[in-house]
Design a protein around this ligand. Structure first.
Ligand SMILES: [Zn+2]
Length: 435
């Protein structure tokens, strides 16, 4: 339990893991722990009660903890998607009938960004924050980062809970955490840039919006890397080798992270059962195949049972040389963001990787959108902003087209547009637009 551990005990900086007993536990023993925590979850569902999940359990003929053996019984329980949480909040305002802990037990709320409908409400109890902070600490330690370092971020705050969650996780670990505003305007970006030039964080900025900071630094006559100390994003877009790192702040923000010794992110399995499911059947796909990322969070005040994030994931169970005994997961991006064209399926991150090889559009920052194709056989329209340097438009267009064809095998029509003509974002940019 988490009582009295707001400040974690110091660790030996050379020890290989933040939490060795949890991270190197014998897999059979961990499976037993998952079974036990699942039975606790089922018991709580009927005792509270939690009508939303009681209905789901009834479908699987589970009417109490005695009917639940553990992980083996999960696949029979219908998965839940975000729209169902949204519907539950509408039918039972303000927080729905799927919560195990209510407003009086919670210390923090946030909302989703609402880009795909009415925002859902997120609630955290002290204990659930502690689970996220401990999970994040394993994450930072796997990166080789240690307490006493300084780090920086530019996550959005206020109702969007992600910024405060990240800030809190950094502080819990023992970082000096420098939180600058998201670069929604040039003025906001400059505030961050000036702060970094003054404070020189040990772990430089390399989040999603780094391109925006590079762009504004260049406008200010600064070299984004040498003068400001920015780094290329260390948050790779979805792809064949991208590790799973997050299960969303509504479910499990710090569910996994890579050890950098083998592919994928190590999943904190003592606090979650991860499944890659076939959405048509609700059953897990074989290890090594892409399925929909489905998490059951354990030992939470507010767990989610078989929550399908509608993102692609692939599970790897072969042992890892780092010594951590947990399953690893690769991340393939949001299922809804997969683009199908000319017999290929790709993510906009694949287009991004290809375009970054064309210097005329990559500096000072790559700005582009992919228009979702209406016709499977037609070339995909990609709008790309010119870089700072002028140049032969036809030549640049040809190099972009060739880079994408070589990278993902699809024909595109590249439209070169003026610098500054595509919308800017202070956080994750919208790269896939409707025609
Ligand atoms: Zn490993």
């Amino acid at each position: 339990m988490s009582e009295g551990v707001l400040f974690p005990a110091p660790r030996d900086p050379v020890q290989p893991f933040w939490d060795p007993p949890a991270q190197t536990m014998d897999p059979e023993q961990r499976r037993g722990l998952q079974d036990e925590r699942l039975r606790d979850l089922v018991a709580a569902t009927f005792e509270r009660p939690v009508p939303f999940f009681a209905r789901k359990l009834s479908v699987a003929h589970i009417e109490g903890a005695r009917d639940m053996r553990g992980v083996d019984d999960l696949a029979a329980i219908p998965a839940t998607v975000k729209q169902e949480l949204r519907d539950s909040e509408q039918a039972h305002p303000p927080v729905g009938d799927y919560r195990y802990a209510g407003l009086a037990d919670s210390v923090r709320m946030g909302t989703s960004t609402g880009t795909t409908g009415v925002p859902t409400i997120r609630l955290w109890t002290r204990h659930d924050l502690w689970v996220e902070y401990e999970s994040a600490a394993r994450h930072w330690w796997r990166n080789g980062w240690r307490p006493g370092m300084s780090i920086t971020h530019a996550h959005p705050g206020y109702l969007y809970g992600g910024g405060l969650l990240l800030q809190g996780a950094y502080e819990y670990f023992g970082f000096l955490a420098i939180w600058v505003p998201p670069p929604e305007t040039d003025e906001a970006a400059e505030q961050g840039i000036r702060t970094w030039m003054r404070m020189r964080p040990d772990i430089p900025f390399g989040h999603y919006s780094v391109g925006r900071f590079c762009e504004v630094a260049t406008k200010l006559g600064l070299d984004p890397f040498a003068d400001v100390g920015l780094e290329q994003s260390h948050y790779p877009g979805p792809g064949a080798e991208a590790p799973l790192t997050s299960g969303g702040s509504e479910c499990y923000a710090f569910v996994a992270s890579p050890c950098h010794q083998s592919p994928g992110g190590h999943v904190n399995e003592d606090w979650a059962v991860i499944e890659a499911i076939d959405q048509a059947t609700g059953r897990p796909v074989p290890d090594g195949e892409w399925g929909s990322l489905t998490l059951t969070t354990l030992d939470r005040d507010n767990p989610l049972l078989r929550y399908d994030l509608e993102e692609s994931v692939k599970l790897l169970r072969d042992p890892c040389p780092c010594g951590e005994t947990t399953v690893r997961a690769l991340w393939g991006g949001r299922v809804a963001h997969l683009v199908h064209s000319q017999g290929h399926a790709f993510q906009v991150a694949d287009v991004e990787r290809a375009l970054l090889t064309v210097p005329e559009v990559a500096a000072p920052s790559l700005e582009f959108v992919v228009v979702r194709p209406g016709d499977e056989d037609a070339p995909v329209v990609v709008r790309v902003e010119r870089g700072e340097s002028a140049g032969d438009g036809d030549g640049i267009r040809d190099r972009c087209t060739a880079a994408i064809r070589d990278g993902i095998g699809v024909q595109t029509t590249v439209e070169l547009v003026e610098r500054g003509s595509l919308p800017r974002s202070g956080y994750k940019s919208v790269r896939l637009v409707e025609a």
